[in-house]
Ligand binder design. Structure first.
Ligand code: UT7
Length: 323
């Protein structure tokens, strides 16, 4: 059977690092509160010339280099983002143009923080359905543009960045020893809309709007939703927590990551944590964490890797893959 195997990963971050202490001048907060409640110590903030498209393009170049490929080798680009450069055209098509690709097709996918998990699952289906042989899957965000910089309950939590994977069709035996995506689980439930949303948009206010979140309410649901989809991919694949080499969770809050790993019985040393470096970068958080872990020599070919995310909508999902 056809599998979607990872050939390369790359990431890109804005030049400017903003440490927690800088927020003490903007809102009534402290480095101590942010570290204790979230684990975040710093985040990258995009300058005017750094956009979802430019960061996504930079991450794509790095992933292509890691794969030993050029844009000519790619059939399709799938960009997970909630902060596109423009309402349309899709930022994925702008990235395609910047990469010099005059063939294939590109589109955006919007599932907020779960965007990259949705995108990997979708790309896997395009590959297994024969629609594409090699896909660039990108998560790129500039959440700093939709933050209310006077709201201490949200502005300290988010950051900007991008990560990208090259997925390629390979022949597998249909067992969990195959390289590639082995199982996925996606969920959404719009009854939770008001807990995490942006208060503007083209068809309502005609403005971009600002992110609004009832953090405590999101927190209350996060661990149960994450464990729900992870247990689903375990059931679908026959894999257990003990079999995993690496757990790469969405990087929103260290306390959510720790509680999810504990509930799932995943050993602490298998958990990739980057939230202290990047904050919550929404759809970019999982590929940024993947690129970081590969860069540190942690994730290697043949390793069993579990991805998960949960966010606005609510949306939530998990992907199990062999690197
Ligand atoms: O990626 C999408 C998913 N998003 C998430 O996963 C975020 C989920 N939620 C969270 O991570 C946490 O709920 C937060 C980090 C947002 C908040 O942590 P918490 O432990 O749930 O705190 P809280 O909202 O219950 O607030 C505790 C106190 C409040 O004061 P009172 O009402 O107890 O007097 C807040 O007003 O902390 C206050 N507070 C702050 N204090 C200093 C809220 N934000 C800040 C701040 N600095 N930045």
């Amino acid at each position: 059977m056809i599998r979607s195997a990872v050939r390369g990963v790359g990431s890109a971050l804005p030049r400017r690092i903003m440490k927690n202490a800088e927020f003490e001048k903007l809102v009534d907060t402290s480095d101590e509160w942010i570290v204790q409640r979230t684990g975040i110590r710093q985040r990258h903030i995009a300058a005017e010339d750094e956009t979802t498209v430019s960061l996504g393009e930079a991450a794509a170049h790095k992933a292509l280099d890691a794969a030993g490929m050029t844009p000519d080798d790619i059939d399709m680009i799938l960009l997970a983002t909630s902060t596109p450069n423009n309402t349309f055209p899709a930022s994925a098509v702008e990235i395609q143009e910047r990469l010099g690709m005059r063939h294939g097709y590109a589109f955006d996918m919007q599932a907020v923080c779960t965007g990259f998990v949705y995108a990997v699952t979708t790309a896997d289906l395009y590959i297994r359905g024969g629609m594409a042989k090699r896909i660039l899957v990108i998560g790129s965000e500039t959440f700093s543009r939709i933050l209310d910089w006077e709201d201490r309950t949200t502005c300290v939590l988010f950051g900007d960045g991008a990560g990208a994977l090259v997925l390629e069709a390979v022949e597998g035996k249909g067992t969990t020893a195959d390289r590639g995506v082995l199982a996925s689980s996606l969920r959404s439930d719009g009854t939770h809309r008001e807990k995490l949303y942006v208060d503007g948009g083209p068809s309502t206010t005609g403005t971009v709007g600002h992110l609004r979140m009832e953090g405590r309410e999101v927190f209350k649901h996060a661990v149960a939703m994450i464990t729900d989809v992870v247990e689903d991919v375990f059931a679908k694949s026959g894999i257990t927590a003990d079999d995993l080499d690496w757990f790469v969770p969405h990087q929103a809050n260290k306390r959510i990551i720790d509680a999810s790993a504990k509930k799932l019985g995943i050993a602490e040393e298998k958990v990739i944590v980057t939230v202290h470096l990047h904050g919550n970068t929404s759809a970019a958080s999982v590929p940024l964490a993947l690129a970081h872990a590969v860069g540190e020599g942690k994730i290697k070919t043949g390793d069993l890797v579990l991805l998960e995310a949960m966010g606005g909508g609510f949306t939530w999902g998990a992907v199990l893959l062999r690197w």
